[in-house]
Design a protein around this ligand. Sequence first.
Ligand code: S3P
Length: 172
Amino acid sequence: MNVYLIGFMGSGKSTLGRRMASREGWKFEDLDSLIEKAEGKPVMQIFRESGEEYFRKIEAATLKSIKEEGNIVIACGGGTPCYKDNMEYMNGEGVTVYIKHNAATLFSRLTRAKKIRPLLEGMSTEEMKEYIKQKLGEREKWYGKAQLIIDGLKADPGKIMDIILLRPPYIR
Ligand code: S3P
């Protein structure tokens, strides 16, 4: 089974995903890391050299190249569900889980984050605050298509896995 974690930048998908996978002895994949491995350079450099549209194409191709070999938890990038048919693909292929935070929480998490994010590069604090609010608003319509929506502040890796594993059969 493939479990896809989605949500805005800074929502904690990778940390949570790694813990969810290790609890069950599953494999964990981080989509950004897979892209970096395939392209041989950091996401930041891909954005700088080839632009966002190129990154989105590679991101979609990488997402679809992950085969269902055993059980995997996949942490997606914040923009993964919002490109072309990626969200429909993930919903058809496995279980999608949205780690939901409000804009204020994301802002404070992102100002403390060590990871460098091309979409936030060079922004002032005020610009970043505004950007997060606007972008989250736009993206909610894709994030809202997830099969499970989890409050990011209460997200517990074990409980999320229990919900996924014990879910009724009409939820994929
Ligand atoms: C992006 C989020 C990043 C990365 C890229 C674009 C986005 O991943 O894929 O910088 O569009 O929100 P994280 O959500 O892991 O930061």
